[in-house]
Ligand binder design. Structure first.
Ligand code: ADP
Ligand code: MG
Length: 316
């Protein structure tokens, strides 16, 4: 299988934080001089634009998705480290999701040999419950598997989309229907994972003319852009009640994700080894887009003001 690309994106530091932070970025390493050093595939400092982060690897994954490869891009990191900024972006600086969607539409418009149908879905996983953000009444959805469809979330709405603007409008609709007040939004969103998904179906136009509709000519692939729950809860102890429940679910899914990615990068799947996809909803939903020929990238969002050894360690 293909190597999983791990990049780090540092959030711009405030002037005060910049004075006190011990961490330095140099090349593709992040280090406290003479003490500690960690290497990644790529590191983006606070002055880098989201477009650069996108170009580094996500763009390839988007292009591959049009060619029929499933792909997944994760934003991982503590709350407030810039995951949502990286994925959704702001008005002034579009995030990975709008950049991907624009590219997707541009690429398929240029492909005159194939006919495309694009669908999108948008879901969140909160406390191991799957909620449909495009159909707010669809809550606690179940994961099913059959021969025809493979692994799928039963009842999840898939909207056919014809333009980038339509996709972005649907995303906004999804966000506005989260059952949470504006003021609690960041707290809530930091405890849930969101999976934005584009399903790309295409068929060869020439096959159509020559031999009627041939099943072989139909290609379906899935692109997942995932804004993960805040990773700090994986380490926090001492919480009680609802927070404890949330924390243990996040713990479980981020740890399972970590184990799955570790197993995949060791080649466990191709060697017939066990990969524990079923241990969390997140990994189970993403199973068809993580193993096999799928392409995966992880963007680790960090704030150099707050990096702890244990956090950097979990990325290794
Ligand atoms: P997270 O989703 O990881 O909790 P956010 O994406 O919500 O974090 O970012 C926290 C705050 O920092 C937001 O106000 C966001 O606009 C700002 N921010 C994050 N990354 C950047 C960046 N690269 N440039 C400018 N502002 C950023
Ligand atoms: Mg967020």
């Amino acid at each position: 299988m293909e190597k999983i690309h791990v990049s780090v994106r540092a959030k711009p530091l405030s002037q005060d934080d910049a004075k006190t932070s011990l961490w330095r970025i140099s090349g593709n390493s992040i280090a406290i001089p003479n003490l500690s050093k960690f290497d990644f595939d790529q590191i983006f400092s606070g002055s880098c634009a989201t477009a650069e982060v996108y170009e580094a690897r996500t763009k390839d994954i988007v292009e591959a998705a049009v060619r029929g490869f499933n792909g997944t891009v994760f934003a991982y990191g503590q709350t407030n480290s810039g995951k949502t900024y990286t994925m959704r972006g702001s008005k002034a600086e579009p995030g990975v999701i709008p950049l991907s969607v624009n590219d997707l539409f541009r690429i398929i418009q240029q492909d005159v040999d194939r006919e495309f149908l694009l669908r999108m879905s948008y879901m969140e996983i909160y406390n191991e419950e799957i909620n449909d953000l495009l159909a707010p009444e669809h809550r606690k959805l179940q994961i099913h598997e059959n021969l025809e469809r493979g692994i799928y979330v039963a009842g999840l709405r898939e909207e056919i989309v014809a333009s980038p603007q339509q996709v972005l409008n649907l995303m906004e609709f999804g966000e506005s229907h989260r059952h949470i007040g504006e003021t609690n939004m960041n707290v809530y969103s930091s405890r849930s994972h969101t999976i934005f998904r584009m399903i790309i179906e295409s068929r060869d136009r020439s096959e159509d003319e020559e031999s009627g509709s041939s099943c072989d000519a139909v290609r379906v692939s899935v692109l997942n852009l995932v804004d993960l729950a805040g990773s700090e809860r994986a380490a926090k102890t001492g919480a009680e009640g609802v927070r404890l429940k949330e924390g243990s679910h996040i713990n479980k899914s981020l740890m399972t994700l970590g184990t799955v990615i570790k197993k995949l990068s060791e080649g466990a799947e191709s060697q017939g080894g066990h990969v524990p996809y079923r241990d969390s909803k997140l990994t189970r939903i993403l199973q068809p887009s993580l193993g096999g020929n799928a392409k995966t990238a992880i963007i680790c969002n960090i704030t150099l003001a707050q990096v702890r050894y244990s956090f950097v360690d979990t990325l290794k």
